[in-house]
Every structure is written in structure tokens, then in C-alpha cells.
Design a protein around this ligand. Structure first.
Ligand SMILES: NC(=O)c1ccc[n+]([C@@H]2O[C@H](COP(=O)([O-])OP(=O)(O)OC[C@H]3O[C@@H](n4cnc5c(N)ncnc54)[C@H](O)[C@@H]3O)[C@@H](O)[C@H]2O)c1
Length: 325
């Protein structure tokens, strides 16, 4: 019998990539998702004998109990994702991102799952005190949005659980994602900038000097697999930034990378002196402890998006379904 992994939010941008990676490795994959953006990204998975689907909500005990039956490991990705989406419906965001996560962990522990990998975010770091420094896992957290607040609160809940609980949590602080998935998102910096410029439009960039780390969706999914497969004593009750120190970029640097591939790109900069999210992140821990290295970098991601858009893979990339708000 292969291990059964539950992915919450498995129909989403990252979850659908993770589900494929785990199926290809021979795991039994169960997705729990309320299909807020539809289920197209995983529709073909019904053809895999090891795929199971529960339509449900992480906030509903009955759904969570059904989804956790016979599960070895949980990859918890379901959330209201991003600052704008959370600001739009704060109550839904709190109940999903925090209350739903608590319920899921508690039932996972009751039902005997051994691992719980939580998709957190580097947004938890907020603005760096020292603009020349790189934040690490033990740096001060300074969430500046409801989205990040719900992620910080969930991390604190998970890491505060008794160490002898059956279910050992690990928090992964993802970089800002880019790249292709069966649920493409064009509301993320690299994807959006590349889309606008590949389609020959003028791109307006606000606050080009601010730093952020970026990571390809395929690599983020791989990091979850890496944690699931690592010895428990290397990951239990711990936090890892996911990305690579060389993949911190200012927005201007991303535009410069795009210009190498689209030389006639038309970009206008609008100065902005303050951005509450300005951080550079150090990723030594995940590399040194788990041997995790990226397969992609931002220029490769730009090339992929440019190619699929220019070839006409996506008929209407401006469709609202490619955004979270
Ligand atoms: N995209 C990023 O840049 C980024 C960065 C850091 C962390 N993360 C985290 O990674 C995870 C996945 O992000 P994504 O970009 O794939 O998001 P996404 O919005 O594409 O997918 C989220 C999925 O969760 C499902 N969902 C939402 N509420 C639910 C609920 N109550 N019950 C069951 N399912 C529910 C949605 O239907 C959707 O399929 C999230 O936890 C997010 O916070 C994302």
C-alpha cells in the first residue's frame, strides 16, 4: 500500500502541481478542495488509480474527518491567498486560513496522520529593519496584512503543539511564486509583468526598488515532497524558507530580465517610497539541512510564460479566472 497524502487546496495553482508530482512518485493522493476557482487543473487526475477527491471545506468538521480517514501525511495549502483577496473578505479569510488550519491539524492528530506540512509565506517578514540584511527563519516576523497575520497565527499554533503529538508539523515559508501550472495565475509579479510585455502592452511598475524572493511553482511543490520524504527529526516542529538566496529580486531587476527576452518592452516606472513588504531572504537552512536546490530561476520562468502566451496556449489571459480577486 502506498502512503496516502492529503492535499488541501489541491485544485489550486500550487496544489495541482504538487498533486501531479506525488501521483508520479506512486503515492495515493487525496485532494480536499471546495473548488473556488473550479476543478479544471485536476480533472485529468481521475484517470490515475491512486487519485481520490473530497469536495469540501477545511472549516467543516465533517468534511475534514472524511478527508483525513486513512491519511499518513497532510500538505495543507487551502487558503484565501494573497493580501487583496484577504482584504476583500476578512471574515472568510480568518476562518479559512486560521480556524480551518486549526481544525485540520486537530483532526489530523486525532486520526493519526504523522506529518502536517503547512504552506506559509515569506510575507510574514514584512519590512526589513535593515535594508541591507537578509532575513532568516528566526528573524522577527512583522506581518503587515491580514493574509500574513493569519499565516503567522497558524504557524504559532502549530509550533506550539505538544512535541509528543502524533502529527508533527513543519511550516514552509514560500517565496512569491511564478511559473506555469494548470491553474495559471497572472496576478503574481513575474507572471503578470511577462504577460503584459509579451502581449506588447505598456507595463506600469510601482516601487521598482523593493526586494522580494521568488520561486517557481514546480520547485515550491518539490519542497513539500522533500519535507514529506525527510526524516521526521530533520523537519518536525520546524520552519524553512523555500527558495534560493540568489533568487531575491527588485522589481526593476525582473523587468531587466524580461527585457533581455523582449527587448522592445515598454515600461513606465512610478516612484513609491514606501512598501510594507520589502525583504531579502536567506535560504541556507533548507539547502543545508534537506539538500533542497531549485531547478528553475526567474529567467527560465519568464521564457516559459512568454512562449506559451505567444503560441496562443491561453486564449484569454486577461480572464478573471487567472486572478485571485
Ligand atoms: N502563490 C503564492 O505566491 C504563495 C506564496 C506563499 C505562500 N502561498 C501559499 O500556498 C498555498 C497555495 O497557494 P496557491 O497560489 O496555490 O493558491 P490558490 O488560490 O491557487 O489555491 C487555493 C485553493 O484552496 C482552495 N480553498 C480555499 N478555501 C478553501 C476551504 N475553506 N476549504 C477547502 N479548499 C479551499 C481553493 O478552492 C483553491 O483551489 C496557500 O496556502 C498560500 O497561502 C502561496
Amino acid at each position: 500500500m502506498s502512503k496516502r497524502i492529503l492535499i488541501t487546496g489541491g485544485a489550486g495553482y500550487i496544489g495541482s502541481v504538487l498533486a501531479r508530482q506525488l501521483l508520479e512518485k506512486g503515492y495515493t493522493v487525496r485532494v480536499l478542495d471546495r473548488l473556488m476557482y473550479g476543478g479544471e487543473p485536476i480533472i485529468d487526475m481521475f484517470n490515475y488509480p491512486n487519485f481520490e477527491f473530497v469536495k469540501g471545506d477545511v472549516r467543516v468538521r465533517e468534511d475534514v474527518e472524511q478527508a483525513l480517514e486513512g491519511v499518513d501525511c497532510v500538505a495543507h495549502l487551502a487558503a484565501i491567498v494573497g493580501d487583496p483577496a484577504c482584504a476583500k473578505d476578512p471574515e472568510l479569510s480568518r476562518s479559512t486560513n486560521f480556524e480551518g488550519s486549526k481544525l485540520l491539524y486537530e483532526v489530523a492528530n486525532e486520526k493519526g496522520a504523522t506529518r502536517f506540512v503547512f504552506a506559509s509565506t515569506c510575507s510574514n517578514y514584512g519590512k526589513m529593519d535593515d535594508p541591507d540584511a537578509f532575513v532568516k527563519e528566526d528573524s522577527k516576523l512583522a506581518p503587515v496584512s491580514l493574509y500574513a497575520e493569519t499565516k503567522v497565527a497558524t504557524e504559532q499554533f502549530l509550533l506550539g503543539q505538544p512535541k509528543d503529538n502524533t502529527t508533527k508539523p513543519t511550516c514552509l515559508r514560500f517565496s512569491t511564486v511564478y511559473g506555469l501550472s494548470l491553474r495559471p495565475r497572472f496576478d503574481l509579479t513575474v507572471n503578470e509583468f511577462t504577460k503584459e510585455l509579451a502581449l506588447g502592452r505598456e507595463l506600469v511598475v510601482f516601487g521598482e526598488q523593493f526586494w522580494r524572493p521568488y520561486c517557481h511553482v514546480y520547485d515550491l511543490a518539490r519542497s513539500v515532497v522533500t519535507v514529506i520524504e525527510a526524516d521526521a527529526d530533520k523537519v518536525a516542529f520546524d520552519v524553512f524558507n523555500v527558495g534560493d538566496t540568489s533568487e531575491n529580486y527588485q522589481k526593476q531587476m525582473i523587468v531587466d530580465e524580461i527585457k533581455k527576452q523582449i527587448p522592445d518592452a515598454n515600461v513606465k516606472y512610478v516612484s513609491k517610497n514606501e512598501d510594507p513588504r520589502d525583504y531579502r531572504v536567506n535560504f541556507d537552512k533548507i539547502r543545508e539541512r534537506l539538500g533542497f536546490e531549485l531547478m528553475f530561476d526567474v529567467p527560465k520562468g519568464i521564457a516559459q510564460i512568454k512562449e506559451v502566451l505567444e503560441a496562443g496556449f491561453i486564449t484569454n489571459p486577461d480572464d478573471n479566472k487567472y486572478k485571485n480577486v
